[in-house]
Structures are given as structure tokens and as C-alpha cells.
Design a protein around this ligand. Structure first.
Ligand code: HEC
Length: 127
């Protein structure tokens, strides 16, 4: 019986560490992807970071993006389009919270399939 409990505990532990490792690995991959695509010129992952010269950040922190849209059924597609095609100068979603006005299209810098993965990851970020 004792032996069995040990095996169960060990199994539980391995599932847990495997999950944590998979998360860290995903974070790493997504950060590399974003960094290669130049996203961090305007965005930070972490909420509350200032932008250049102490101004508001140019684009919203991705933790804030996750907090705002997580669980909204249309968010994945809408954000993917925003990333690939850019956003409207006349309908800023983050007015008064950032110093940028609109996001330029990123289709030159990132493949749509990669942007899709990045958006899914951003939507799951928590503060
Ligand atoms: C030149 C600056 C710049 C770059 C580079 C940039 N962004 Fe943005 N991004 C912005 C700005 C500004 C906004 C806010 C747009 C708004 O208020 O509607 C934004 C908004 C977003 C949003 C939220 C859109 C919404 O509708 O709320 C996501 C997601 C996003 N960016 C992801 C990315 C990803 C992924 C990359 C890299 C492939 C990237 N951005 C590169 C400036 C940038």
C-alpha cells in the first residue's frame, strides 16, 4: 500500500513538473518569436512598464491585452487581424492608456501561423 502511494505521489509530481516546464518552454518560444518580429519595439509583456522617455508605453502591455480580451469569442480572430493588417488610426482601442495611436501592419515581419500562436499565448497571459 505504501509502495502504491509512493508511485501515485511520484506520478502526480511528474505531471506537475512536466506542466510547469512546458509553460516555461512555451513562454520562451513566444518571446523569441515576438522579439524576432520586432513586437517589443512597442510592447512589453509585463503590465505597468513605462515607454520611452518615461512616456506611456507605445503599445499596450500584453498582460493588459490578455486581461481585456481573454475569453471573448471573437478576440482570437480580431487580434490576429490587428497584428497582421494593423489597426485603425481613427478607432484606437487603447486611447489615453498608451502613447501610440495605431499599430502598423506586421505581415512583413511575421507569418500568419506564427502570429496566431502568439495571439493565443497573449490571450492567456495573466497579470
Ligand atoms: C510600431 C509599434 C508596434 C509594433 C512593432 C507592434 N505593435 Fe502591437 N500595437 C501597437 C499599438 C500602438 C497598439 C494599440 C492599437 C490601438 O489602440 O487600437 C497595438 C496593439 C496590439 C494588440 C491589441 C490590439 C487591439 O485591438 O486591442 C496586440 C494583440 C498587438 N498589438 C500585438 C502585436 C504583435 C504580436 C506584434 C509583433 C508581431 C506587434 N503588436 C507589433 C504598436 C505596435
Amino acid at each position: 500500500m505504501l509502495k502504491l502511494r509512493g508511485a501515485v505521489a511520484l506520478f502526480g509530481l511528474s505531471v506537475f513538473t512536466h506542466g510547469a516546464m512546458a509553460d516555461a518552454e512555451l513562454d520562451d518560444r513566444m518571446i523569441k518569436l515576438a522579439s524576432n518580429a520586432g513586437c517589443f519595439t512597442c510592447h512589453s509583456v509585463e503590465s505597468g512598464k513605462p515607454g520611452p522617455n518615461g512616456l506611456a508605453p507605445i503599445g499596450p502591455a500584453w498582460q493588459d491585452v490578455g486581461a481585456r480580451y481573454h475569453g471573448q469569442p471573437k478576440a482570437k480572430d480580431a487580434l490576429l487581424r490587428a497584428v497582421m493588417d494593423g489597426t485603425s488610426l481613427y478607432a484606437s482601442h487603447w486611447k489615453n492608456k498608451i502613447s501610440g495611436i495605431a499599430m502598423p501592419p506586421n505581415a512583413v515581419a511575421i507569418k500568419e501561423a506564427d502570429a496566431k500562436k502568439l495571439v493565443a499565448w497573449i490571450l492567456n497571459l495573466k497579470k
